[in-house]
Design a protein around this ligand. Sequence first.
Ligand code: NAD
Ligand code: TYD
Length: 345
Amino acid sequence: MENILVTGGAGFIGCNFVRYILKNEPDVQVTVYDKLTYAGRLENLANLKESYGRRYHFIQGDICDAAKVEETVTASDIDTIINFAAETHVDRSILDPDAFVKTDVYGTYVLLEAARKFGNLRFHQISTDEVYGHIEGQRRSVEGDGLDPRSPYSASKASAELFVNAYNITYGLPVTISRGANNIGPYQYPEKVVPLFITNALASMQLPVYGDGQQMRDYQYVTDHCAAIHLILRRGRIGEAYNVGTGSEMTNLAMVEILLDELGRPRSLIQHVEDRLGHDRRYSLDVAKIMALGWEPDHTPEEAIRATARWYRENSWWWQPIRDGEFQDYYQTVYGDRKALDLPR
Ligand code: NAD
Ligand code: TYD
């Protein structure tokens, strides 16, 4: 791992990973390859050229563009591809799944082909706990469980995983997969629930909690996820998938209460609204396998939520222009006509 291609490196987790790896691996060169969709932003990568000079390059491109991917892999002498690039928001996948199939499935295939063509490059796929689907009762998902995706987003991510495995088995491509829980932290586009609710609360707007708010998620701090990916690249077993999360989930309502407390805003901002279609009630990861590699999270979910709330409170320069732009149309589409629910509390 000397010359790594980080696809989707201008997005939330990708940009945190690029910072993490440049800081922790002084001999590694990073080429970010990103289409710069609404979620990919150059300001997420600000100052990296100044700080790291020739160790950091940025190329704007689509992972579905095979010619451009191949040109980039050869020009930068890439030996490792880490695929973060994806359409990532479940609500957008419900409105229009098309881009999800194109980028998350076909785009992954294009990257796998490039990796195969240029001498079986090391390949790491960033996947999600959502590929397991809703998990009943007290059970936790282990890596050997079957995939049971239920949204267009998770179906695309699960399909991508199947291709990654197929390239390992058929062509011997040295692959690994990580299945991350809900990441939170700096530079997350404010459509995702935690930054959406923090920025709404800071603007004294209501927080639209889907349904009863009893859905369970494992909220993990993004740099903990980055450390796990780094470890898998160094010590993960080829052909294997690894769950990455804190191993401890909470309800969405509990998450909301923590962030309102951190921001000093009233609970009266909570507004239950009509539920998401096909909403998965619970994700829950068993993280023993990644912990056996020597990883553990530095943040509990509560610490992660509080740290994220503080970052957004202090960095409105980053999110305010987003909220003032295209985001307004998106917000109107998803929340404009959404029915409010009057639930007993
Ligand atoms: P994000 O939406 O913030 O960023 C996605 C990035 O991919 C953007 O920079 C975007 O411009 C880029 N991109 C999209 N389509 C592209 C294309 N066709 N070609 C090149 N670049 C393209 O997403 P994120 O939250 O940083 O997620 C990164 C990865 O992690 C995704 O694969 C996602 O499925 C996975 N993941 C995310 C979470 C989470 O909680 N956010 C949890 C588990 C796994
Ligand atoms: P999200 O951040 O979209 O992540 P995912 O659905 O991929 O886990 O949502 C996290 C949880 O928050 C999920 O249970 C849906 C819920 N949610 C709301 O209650 N209101 C909202 O406005 C959003 C965006 C999500």
